[in-house]
Design a protein around this ligand. Structure first.
Ligand SMILES: [Zn+2]
Length: 168
Protein backbone atom coordinates (compact mmCIF):
# COMPACT_ATOMS: atom_id res chain seq x y z
CA UNK A 1 0.00 0.00 0.00
CA UNK A 2 1.18 3.46 -0.83
CA UNK A 3 0.61 5.91 1.95
CA UNK A 4 -1.36 8.82 0.56
CA UNK A 5 0.15 12.24 0.99
CA UNK A 6 -1.48 15.59 0.42
CA UNK A 7 -1.34 16.80 -3.13
CA UNK A 8 1.21 19.52 -3.77
CA UNK A 9 -0.30 22.92 -3.15
CA UNK A 10 -1.16 25.00 -6.21
CA UNK A 11 1.62 27.44 -5.35
CA UNK A 12 4.12 24.60 -5.73
CA UNK A 13 2.86 23.64 -9.15
CA UNK A 14 4.96 25.73 -11.44
CA UNK A 15 5.12 23.76 -14.66
CA UNK A 16 8.34 23.40 -16.62
CA UNK A 17 7.98 22.38 -20.26
CA UNK A 18 4.89 21.32 -22.13
CA UNK A 19 2.22 19.69 -19.98
CA UNK A 20 -0.06 17.50 -22.09
CA UNK A 21 -3.53 17.79 -20.60
CA UNK A 22 -4.44 14.22 -21.55
CA UNK A 23 -1.48 12.60 -19.79
CA UNK A 24 -0.44 11.87 -16.24
CA UNK A 25 1.08 14.90 -14.48
CA UNK A 26 4.65 14.37 -13.27
CA UNK A 27 5.83 15.88 -10.00
CA UNK A 28 9.41 15.69 -8.79
CA UNK A 29 10.84 16.88 -5.49
CA UNK A 30 13.49 19.51 -6.09
CA UNK A 31 16.24 17.81 -3.97
CA UNK A 32 15.71 14.59 -5.94
CA UNK A 33 16.06 16.43 -9.22
CA UNK A 34 19.23 18.08 -7.91
CA UNK A 35 20.60 14.66 -6.87
CA UNK A 36 19.94 13.29 -10.34
CA UNK A 37 21.61 16.24 -12.04
CA UNK A 38 24.63 15.97 -9.71
CA UNK A 39 24.93 12.24 -10.36
CA UNK A 40 24.63 12.85 -14.10
CA UNK A 41 27.66 15.14 -14.00
CA UNK A 42 29.89 12.62 -12.25
CA UNK A 43 31.14 11.14 -15.49
CA UNK A 44 30.43 13.32 -18.53
CA UNK A 45 32.45 10.91 -20.70
CA UNK A 46 29.95 8.07 -20.69
CA UNK A 47 26.29 7.32 -20.20
CA UNK A 48 25.04 6.86 -16.67
CA UNK A 49 21.66 5.58 -15.63
CA UNK A 50 19.32 5.06 -12.74
CA UNK A 51 15.77 4.57 -11.61
CA UNK A 52 13.02 6.93 -10.52
CA UNK A 53 11.00 5.80 -7.51
CA UNK A 54 8.00 7.33 -5.86
CA UNK A 55 4.26 7.32 -5.65
CA UNK A 56 1.59 6.51 -8.19
CA UNK A 57 -1.64 8.21 -7.20
CA UNK A 58 -4.98 7.32 -8.63
CA UNK A 59 -7.90 9.14 -7.07
CA UNK A 60 -9.95 11.98 -8.51
CA UNK A 61 -6.93 12.86 -10.60
CA UNK A 62 -3.93 10.71 -11.39
CA UNK A 63 -0.33 11.73 -11.08
CA UNK A 64 3.14 10.38 -10.38
CA UNK A 65 5.43 11.86 -7.77
CA UNK A 66 9.17 11.16 -7.95
CA UNK A 67 10.61 10.97 -4.46
CA UNK A 68 13.79 8.88 -4.77
CA UNK A 69 16.55 8.16 -7.22
CA UNK A 70 18.57 4.94 -7.35
CA UNK A 71 21.72 5.01 -9.49
CA UNK A 72 22.14 1.89 -11.65
CA UNK A 73 25.74 1.46 -10.58
CA UNK A 74 26.56 -1.77 -12.34
CA UNK A 75 24.90 -1.01 -15.63
CA UNK A 76 27.33 -1.47 -18.50
CA UNK A 77 28.18 2.00 -19.59
CA UNK A 78 29.96 3.32 -22.67
CA UNK A 79 30.36 6.68 -24.35
CA UNK A 80 27.01 6.48 -26.11
CA UNK A 81 25.21 3.47 -24.77
CA UNK A 82 23.93 2.06 -21.54
CA UNK A 83 22.88 -1.50 -20.93
CA UNK A 84 20.84 -2.58 -17.95
CA UNK A 85 22.13 -6.06 -17.17
CA UNK A 86 20.44 -8.88 -15.35
CA UNK A 87 22.40 -7.79 -12.27
CA UNK A 88 21.07 -4.24 -12.63
CA UNK A 89 17.48 -5.46 -12.50
CA UNK A 90 18.20 -7.90 -9.67
CA UNK A 91 19.82 -5.16 -7.60
CA UNK A 92 16.96 -2.75 -8.32
CA UNK A 93 14.38 -5.27 -7.16
CA UNK A 94 16.40 -6.01 -4.02
CA UNK A 95 16.96 -2.34 -3.16
CA UNK A 96 13.31 -1.45 -3.65
CA UNK A 97 12.23 -4.39 -1.51
CA UNK A 98 14.69 -3.56 1.26
CA UNK A 99 14.83 0.24 1.26
CA UNK A 100 11.71 1.50 -0.49
CA UNK A 101 9.05 -1.19 -0.08
CA UNK A 102 6.22 1.33 -0.35
CA UNK A 103 7.56 3.03 -3.47
CA UNK A 104 6.89 2.26 -7.11
CA UNK A 105 9.46 2.13 -9.91
CA UNK A 106 8.08 5.05 -11.90
CA UNK A 107 10.71 5.02 -14.60
CA UNK A 108 14.33 5.37 -15.52
CA UNK A 109 17.00 7.95 -16.08
CA UNK A 110 20.07 8.06 -18.29
CA UNK A 111 22.53 10.60 -19.59
CA UNK A 112 23.39 11.71 -23.12
CA UNK A 113 26.78 13.37 -22.72
CA UNK A 114 26.78 16.18 -25.27
CA UNK A 115 24.28 14.65 -27.67
CA UNK A 116 21.08 16.22 -26.49
CA UNK A 117 17.66 15.31 -25.19
CA UNK A 118 15.78 12.62 -27.11
CA UNK A 119 15.11 8.90 -26.94
CA UNK A 120 17.11 6.83 -29.41
CA UNK A 121 15.66 3.75 -31.07
CA UNK A 122 17.44 1.68 -28.44
CA UNK A 123 16.09 3.89 -25.63
CA UNK A 124 12.59 3.39 -27.01
CA UNK A 125 13.23 -0.37 -27.05
CA UNK A 126 14.14 -0.24 -23.36
CA UNK A 127 11.13 1.92 -22.53
CA UNK A 128 8.65 -0.26 -24.43
CA UNK A 129 10.00 -3.47 -22.92
CA UNK A 130 10.74 -2.53 -19.34
CA UNK A 131 8.63 0.58 -18.66
CA UNK A 132 5.49 -0.24 -20.57
CA UNK A 133 2.93 0.82 -17.95
CA UNK A 134 1.04 3.92 -19.13
CA UNK A 135 2.31 5.89 -16.11
CA UNK A 136 5.99 4.98 -16.51
CA UNK A 137 8.39 7.74 -17.52
CA UNK A 138 11.93 8.38 -18.73
CA UNK A 139 14.30 11.22 -17.88
CA UNK A 140 17.24 12.11 -20.13
CA UNK A 141 20.00 14.43 -18.89
CA UNK A 142 22.76 15.96 -20.99
CA UNK A 143 25.38 16.92 -18.40
CA UNK A 144 27.54 18.77 -20.89
CA UNK A 145 24.83 20.92 -22.46
CA UNK A 146 23.13 21.28 -19.06
CA UNK A 147 19.78 20.15 -20.44
CA UNK A 148 17.27 17.55 -19.38
CA UNK A 149 13.81 16.37 -20.31
CA UNK A 150 11.07 13.92 -19.38
CA UNK A 151 9.23 11.49 -21.64
CA UNK A 152 5.93 9.73 -21.03
CA UNK A 153 3.35 7.55 -22.70
CA UNK A 154 0.64 9.35 -24.62
CA UNK A 155 -1.86 7.46 -26.75
CA UNK A 156 0.53 4.55 -27.20
CA UNK A 157 3.51 6.70 -28.15
CA UNK A 158 6.41 7.93 -26.04
CA UNK A 159 6.49 11.73 -26.16
CA UNK A 160 8.52 14.46 -24.50
CA UNK A 161 6.68 16.27 -21.75
CA UNK A 162 6.86 18.84 -19.02
CA UNK A 163 6.78 18.36 -15.28
CA UNK A 164 6.27 20.19 -12.02
CA UNK A 165 8.93 20.65 -9.42
CA UNK A 166 7.97 20.52 -5.74
CA UNK A 167 10.20 22.71 -3.63
CA UNK A 168 10.44 21.63 -0.03
ZN1 LIG B 1 19.73 7.38 -24.75
Amino acid sequence: MIEPIPKPAPSQRGAIGTIHRDTLPIFIHEPVLEDILDYSEQDPGRELGGFLLGGLYIDDSEYVEIRHFLPAVEAQSRAASLTFTHDTWAKLTREVDEQFPDQVVLGWHHTHPNFGIFLSAYDLFIHRHFFSEPWQIALVVDPQRQEFGFFQWRQGEVVDCGFRCISE
